[in-house]
Design a protein. Structure first.
Length: 337
């Protein structure tokens, strides 16, 4: 039996494909390559010495998804496919609702038709909205402040409703914090198409001389150094979390919600310093205005994942910074396409 990975050519998907293959799973991947490259999967195969069966397929294309299901014995689905740029989602909400929500509905309908009822879904810490207290626990109230965040909340709800309607489903909702880093080989990593929105890819592009200066968005927040605090997690730890969640949905039926974070918060200036120290490189930055929509502090309570999934993050911020730089250094133009 194989695992179907939607969005498997993307940043987190490609790292999860490596972990799946290394633990002996058969992997079938569908991706429309709207934000990724086929080369990522070639690299996954180079790292593992194993094959990923790839379909260039949009999850909105139900006939094609059915063909994938017919041609492969799929046991469970890990569902990464989606658009993820918060700012773009504010400008183009219909694009986000259509791709993420309609796409997920198409996927779930086809899964149901083929009796495949185990799914691990990429949710996000964004579903905690502007929470007043930290660390964030899974039972805290949820809300969304962007169309992107709304899609995550809505898909969580759709999956919960699906389970209520049919208890044969088994659903894992993984709420990721801030994934950074890259595979230790330097062969796969994060490859944003345009100027990066996120902190770590921006830092690595400044380190590589491809961008002149990092703007630190806000230095007057009520935090020790005035900059926002986040829970950065190594993408390889995140990938391992998916294996544990997969075990869970294969063993038990129900809806399981878990934070995937380290439980430690770092400020923007902490991350810059950690990057400089880990890689012996100076980052040119300036303190700038706040970015609209940013929450001040966000970090996980990862205890539930430890208790119920037997998972915890192992890699520290130094390793995250080293691996992110190793990827950028070895691949100055990302996957080159
Ligand atoms: P990514 O853009 O690198 O990967 C997403 C993949 O999905 C891409 O390869 C893209 O081509 C594909 N895709 C998008 N729409 C598709 C469609 N309609 N049909 C088929 N393929 C499609 O992003 P990522 O960082 O790897 O994120 C993976 C998932 O995790 C996303 O759902 C994202 O919202 C979620 N997530 C990401 C973060 C983060 O900071 N990276 C944090 C929390 C949650
Ligand atoms: C981190 C910190 C910025 C860029 C986003 C999504 C979230 C989730 C993860 C998907 C913030 C600061 C950033 C820069 C900066 N994705 N920053 N200069 O905003 O915590 O989370 O990605 O689900 O939903 O919102 O991540 O990396 O953009 O920012 O100062 O050039 O770095 O202000 O404090 P964020 P980020």
């Amino acid at each position: 039996m194989a695992i179907l990975v939607t969005g498997g050519a993307g940043f987190i998907g490609s790292h999860t494909c490596v972990s799946l293959l290394e633990t002996g799973h058969e992997v079938v991947c569908v991706d429309n390559l709207s934000n990724s490259s086929r080369t990522a999967l070639d690299r996954v195969q180079a790292i593992t010495g194993k094959t990923v069966k790839f379909y260039e397929c949009d999850i909105l294309d139900k006939p094609m998804l059915s063909k994938v299901m017919r041609e492969n014995a799929i046991d469970a689905v890990i569902h990464f496919a989606g658009l993820k740029a918060v700012g773009e989602s504010v400008a183009l909400p219909l694009k986000y609702y259509h791709n993420n929500i309609t796409g997920t509905l198409c996927l779930l309908e086809v899964m149901g038709e083929f009796g495949v009822k185990k799914i691990v879904f990429s949710s996000s810490a964004t579903v905690y909205g502007k929470a007043e207290t930290v660390p964030l626990t899974e039972d805290m109230p949820t809300s969304a402040y962007s169309p992107y965040g709304q899609t995550k909340l809505m898909i969580e709800q759709i999956l919960k409703d699906l389970y209520v309607s049919d208890n044969e489903w088994s659903v894992s909702l993984l709420r990721y914090f801030n994934p950074i880093g890259a595979h230790q080989s330097g062969l796969i990593g994060e490859d944003p198409r345009d100027i990066p929105n996120n902190l770590m890819p921006y830092i690595t592009k400044v380190a590589a001389g491809k961008l002149a200066q990092l703007s630190v968005f806000g230095s007057d927040y009520p935090t020790p150094d005035g900059t926002c605090i986040r829970d950065y997690i190594h993408v390889a730890d995140l990938a391992e979390g998916h294996l544990k969640a997969l075990d869970k949905v294969r063993r038990e039926r129900g809806v399981f919600i878990h934070n995937l974070g380290t439980g430690t918060g770092y400020s923007v200036l902490d991350v810059i310093k950690a990057f400089e120290t880990a890689n012996d490189i100076k980052i040119n930055y300036r303190l700038a205005d706040r970015r609209p929509g940013d929450v001040t502090i966000c970090y996980a309570d990862p205890a539930k994942a430890k208790k119920e999934l037997d998972w915890e993050a192992k890699r520290d911020i130094v390793q995250m910074c080293r691996d992110a730089w190793n990827w950028q250094k070895n691949n100055p133009d990302g996957y080159g396409d």
